[in-house]
Design a protein around this ligand. Structure first.
Ligand code: PLP
Length: 419
C-alpha cells in the first residue's frame, strides 16, 4: 500500500477501496475462489462484496474461467462486430423484454451517462431528476447528492463539476413522491428524465415503498419525460428479470453493468427500439467505445447469465434471506438497534432502530457502531462492504455452511462491537 500510495491517489483505483469510510488499512487481495477471498498475507475471508456485485457465481467460477479460456484462444479484441455480442444481447433481451435494443459499453458510468444523453436528445430537454443518495457513476451530471463513495468521503459534490451543469440536476429524497411531484410540476417542460436505482444500493440497501416507483412512472409520463431504471447494481440480482419483474413497472431506458460482465468490464444501456435507434450510427446521438463488446467480457457475461437460471436465483435468494434473518435475530438478542433487508442476492443493514427509507435516515444510523462491527467482522474473516453506505451481495458459491459460519463470526463481531 505504501508503494500504491505513491502511484495512485489514496493508493487505490476507485475511492471506496481505500477504507476511508471505516478507517484502517485496506485488504490487499491476492486471489479468490468461490465464496472466499485471500489477502496478500494469506488471511482468508468469506466475501460479501464480490467485487462490488459482479461475481454472482462467486470468485474464479470454473464456468466463467472455462468460457474465458475458450474465448481467449481466438483473440482478445477485434473492434469488429462479433457473434458473442449477439449472444449476450439476446440473453439480456430474453430476460428483460422491455430492453428491445441495447448498446454495450465498458462501465456503469458510461451506461448512465449515455442513457441521459439519449433522454436529452429524445425529449429536447436538459434537466434530469435524481434521488438523494442514488449513485449513477461519476459523470458530471450525477455528482450531485450522489451517496456511496462521495458520501463516504464527506464530499457533498465533486470539485470540477461546472455549476451550470449541476443546476440541470434536480434531486429529491428517495421514497418521497411528494417532493418529486413538486419538482416535476415546477419544471415540467424542462425535465428530460427521471433516473433512479429501483432499490438503492449506494446509501446502503434501501427498498422502495410500495407506490414509489409506480408514482415515478406516472410522473414521467405526465411530464413527457423518460423513466430510467439504473440497474447497474440491481440487474440480475433482485429478480431474474430485474426491477421490471420484481415491481411490475416498465422503465423507458435501463442501464446494466456488474453481473452482465461476470467480473469483466461490461455495462449496457437499452430500452425501446424507437429510443435506441437514435444512437449512432442509426441516429444522431453519438456514443462509441474502442473496447465496447469486448469478446472476453462478452464470454464472461454469457457464461454468467446462462448459469444464472431462475432456479439458481431462488437458491441464492434463500441463503440471502437466511443470512439477513440470522443477523436480525443476533441483533435482537443483543438488543442492538439494527435493521436488515434483502432482495434476491443483494442485501444490507443499518444500525438503526427504525427501517431506513432514505439517505438522511441512513446517515442518522449509528456509523461509529458500523465501523466497530466492520472491523470486528474483518478480523474474524468476514469481508463486508467497507462503508455504511454500500449494499452487500451473495453468490451461488456461498453454501448454507458459509452462511452459518458467517453468522457465527458476525455474532461474535457484534458482541465485540457493542462491548
Ligand atoms: N449505477 C449504479 C447503480 C452503481 O451502483 C454504479 C457503481 O457502483 C454505477 C452506476 C457506476 O458503475 P461503474 O462503477 O461501472 O462506472
Amino acid at each position: 500500500m505504501a508503494r500504491a500510495r505513491e502511484l495512485f491517489p489514496g493508493g487505490v483505483n476507485s475511492p471506496v477501496r481505500a477504507f476511508l469510510g471505516v478507517g484502517g488499512e485496506p485488504v490487499v487481495a491476492a486471489r479468490g475462489r468461490g465464496s472466499r477471498v485471500w489477502d496478500v498475507d494469506g488471511k482468508e475471508y468469506i466475501d460479501f462484496v464480490l467485487s462490488w456485485g459482479p461475481l454472482v457465481l462467486g470468485h474464479a467460477s470454473p464456468i466463467v474461467l472455462d468460457a474465458l479460456e475458450k474465448a481467449m484462444q481466438d483473440g482478445t479484441s477485434f473492434g469488429m462486430p462479433t457473434e458473442l455480442e449477439v449472444q449476450l444481447g439476446t440473453l439480456i433481451c430474453e430476460r428483460m423484454p422491455h430492453v428491445e435494443m441495447m448498446r454495450f459499453v465498458s462501465s456503469g458510468t458510461e451506461a448512465t451517462m449515455s442513457a441521459v444523453r439519449l433522454a436529452r436528445a429524445f425529449t429536447g430537454r436538459d434537466v434530469i431528476l435524481k434521488f438523494d443518495g442514488c449513485y449513477h457513476g461519476h459523470a458530471d451530471s450525477f455528482l450531485v447528492h450522489a451517496g456511496s463513495g462521495v458520501a463516504t468521503l464527506g464530499l457533498p459534490d465533486s470539485l470540477g463539476v461546472p455549476a451550470e451543469l449541476a443546476t440541470l440536476t434536480l434531486t429529491a429524497p428517495f421514497n418521497d413522491l411528494e417532493a418529486a411531484t413538486t419538482l416535476v410540476r415546477d419544471n415540467r417542460r424542462a425535465i428530460a428524465a427521471i433516473i433512479v436505482e429501483p432499490i438503492v444500493g449506494n446509501s446502503g440497501f434501501i427498498a422502495p415503498e410500495p407506490s414509489f416507483l409506480e408514482g415515478l412512472r406516472a410522473l414521467a409520463d405526465s411530464a413527457g419525460a423518460l423513466l430510467i431504471f439504473d440497474e447497474v447494481m440491481t440487474g440480475f440480482r433482485i429478480a431474474p428479470g430485474g426491477a421490471k419483474e420484481r415491481f411490475g413497472i416498465t422503465p423507458d431506458l435501463t442501464t446494466l453493468g456488474k453481473v452482465i460482465g461476470g467480473g469483466l468490464p461490461v455495462a449496457a444501456y437499452g430500452g425501446r427500439r424507437e429510443l435506441m435507434e437514435r444512437i449512432a450510427p442509426s441516429g444522431p446521438v453519438y456514443q462509441a467505445g474502442t473496447l465496447s463488446g469486448n469478446p472476453l467480457a462478452m464470454a464472461a457475461g454469457i457464461a454468467t447469465l446462462t448459469a444464472l437460471t431462475p432456479e439458481l436465483h431462488r437458491r441464492i435468494e434463500k441463503r440471502t434471506v437466511a443470512l439477513v434473518k440470522g443477523l436480525q435475530k443476533i441483533a435482537n438478542e443483543l438488543a442492538v438497534p439494527f435493521t436488515a433487508d434483502c432482495a434476491g442476492s443483494m442485501w444490507g443493514f443499518f444500525f438503526s432502530s427504525t427501517p431506513v427509507r432514505n439517505f438522511t435516515m441512513a446517515k442518522a444510523s449509528d456509523i461509529g457502531l458500523f465501523k466497530r462491527f466492520f472491523h470486528a467482522a474483518l478480523e474474524r474473516g468476514v469481508y463486508l462492504a467497507p462503508s455504511p453506505f454500500e449494499a452487500c451481495f451473495m453468490s451461488a458459491a456461498h453454501s448454507d455452511d458459509d452462511v452459518a459460519d458467517a453468522l457465527d463470526r458476525m455474532g461474535d463481531a457484534m458482541r465485540v462491537a457493542i462491548a
